[in-house]
Design a protein around this ligand. Structure first.
Ligand code: 5AD
Ligand code: SF4
Length: 440
């Protein structure tokens, strides 16, 4: 039997696409190899959101190319966002690549790789825009699953390559989503994460007879028996409407956790980014979320060094972070992406200034995250067990409903829901001891 290996870069959407890629390859008779060296078919599911994943991919592909020189039968397939962005050049850049495909063409991968990995259609680039919801899937976790609700993005954020590579937004039909969630629950899944580039605009492009909105989808998923936890990522602040907020508050299984990308705290930079909200509107949304959803955990994404960002603009970002007090934040240095509006803007910020700002931002973000986590000490949190602690095998590891990692003493199996008394905290994890197993 031939074997495959998939290397995944990028976001949760890509991680989920990789599960489909694996399921697809297994359906045509390939087995999974634990390491790339043992595989006959090497797949790279790529990301191109910033320059860093592009350079990492180049190193991986360098190794794959060297392997192929020794063993010409090895099949190299490059999928995902980098492949789509470079579709005109991919076979020139990397002549040893056999198959390349965009994120919307996973359903066709089997045709190009060939049954059993034999009969590869070489030099083929595939772009078909399809949902992969009906495809076989190789899930990494028994009790957790991603569910794709839409693909593409209609926003025009000036820095972002995603609309160019993932296309216009298309919502998946509600009945298909709920059917997948129902099947997952029957298969033992208790936690789902709904995925879309902008989940909050989900539903608006559906045919009039099935048109609906994201809050209704949350309610429909909440009604599926066996689903204990529902998360979603990512919403755009501009589309966060009251019905979604009330659905989060009212649905027992929707977790008290929202990832709300801020990007910048400066009105001028937000405008140049084409985010279409002001810091005041963002703050008003945060207030409404916190007023309606008790104990809400808020995460965010922030970019430093967008073209034209002055010291004053950056300080406004720091101020906003202090005001909101996020539980967690992903922080990024602005990375120009060819083909985006911001890449050709004047006043690009020098590299040293971008790095210095990132350092200052990370310091504030981490201090606040540590303070927020310390506020949990003494509370009892419901933890979904994921395995043993990565640093101490005597401890059990899991996540709270607010999506914080917890290591705790006690005995529990993967997939159990356990009440844990929180005893200490860092900026990224909590520590505690089990008080009881939660009856499900
Ligand atoms: N440079 C830096 N960060 C970016 N992001 C998107 N595009 C870029 C870019 N060109 C960040 C945004 C987004 C997250 C997924 O990645 O913060 O929310
Ligand atoms: Fe995900 Fe964007 Fe990277 Fe594509 S480019 S994998 S959508 S983060």
């Amino acid at each position: 039997m031939k074997r495959y290996h998939v290397t995944t870069f990028g976001c949760q959407m890509n991680a989920h696409d990789s599960e489909r890629i694996k399921g697809m390859l297994e359906s045509i008779g390939l087995g999974e190899a634990a390491i790339p060296e043992d595989a006959d078919v090497l797949v790279f599911n790529t990301c191109t959101i910033r320059e860093k994943p592009d350079t990492r991919l180049a190193a991986y592909l360098g190794d794959a190319g060297a392997r192929k020189r020794l063993d010409p039968d090895v099949v190299i397939a490059v999928g995902g966002c980098f492949a789509e962005a470079q579709r005109q050049r991919i076979f020139d850049l990397y002549p040893f690549v056999d198959v390349a495909f965009g994120p919307g063409s996973i359903p066709h991968l089997a045709e190009w790789v060939g049954a059993g990995g034999v009969g590869v259609t070489r030099g083929k680039f595939g772009t078909h825009e399809h949902f992969a919801g009906h495809l076989p899937v190789h899930r990494e976790r028994r009790f957790q699953a991603w569910v794709q609700v839409s693909m593409g993005c209609n926003s025009k954020c000036a820095y972002c390559i995603v609309p160019a590579v993932r296309g216009r937004e298309q919502s998946r039909r509600p009945a298909d989503i709920v059917a997948e969630v129902t099947n997952l629950a029957a298969d033992g899944v208790s936690e789902i994460t709904l995925l879309g580039q902008n989940v909050n605009s989900w539903g608006r492009d559906l045919a009039p007879d099935i048109q609906t909105e994201f809050g209704e989808l949350l309610r429909a998923c909440d009604a599926v028996p066996g689903i204990e936890r529902i998360r979603f990522t990512s919403p755009h602040p501009k589309d966060f409407r009251p019905p979604v907020i009330s659905a989060i508050a009212e649905c027992d299984s929707v977790c008290e956790q929202v990832h709300l990308p801020l990007q910048s705290g400066s009105a001028r930079i937000l405008k140049a980014m084409r985010r279409t909200y002001t810091p005041e509107r963002y703050l008003a949304l945060v207030d409404r979320l916190r007023d309606t959803i008790p104990d809400l955990a808020l995460g965010t994404d922030i970019i430093v060094g967008f073209p034209g960002e002055s010291e004053h603009d950056f300080e406004q970002t720091l101020d906003l972070v202090e005001q909101v007090r996020f539980d967690s934040a992903f922080t990024f240095i602005y990375s120009p992406r060819a083909g985006t509006e911001a890449a050709v803007m004047p006043d690009q910020v020098p590299e040293e200034a971008k790095h210095a700002r990132l350092e200052r931002l990370v310091e504030v973000v981490q201090r606040i995250a540590a303070e927020r986590n310390a506020e949990r000490i003494g509370t009892v949190e419901e933890v979904l067990v994921e395995g043993t602690s990565r640093t101490d095998s005597a401890l059990v590891r899991g996540r709270t409903r607010r999506n914080t990692m917890v290591n705790f003493s006690g005995t529990a199996d993967t997939g159990d829901l356990v009440d844990v008394l929180i005893e200490s905290a860092t900026s990224t994890t909590l520590r505690g001891r089990a008080t009881s197993l939660v009856a499900v």
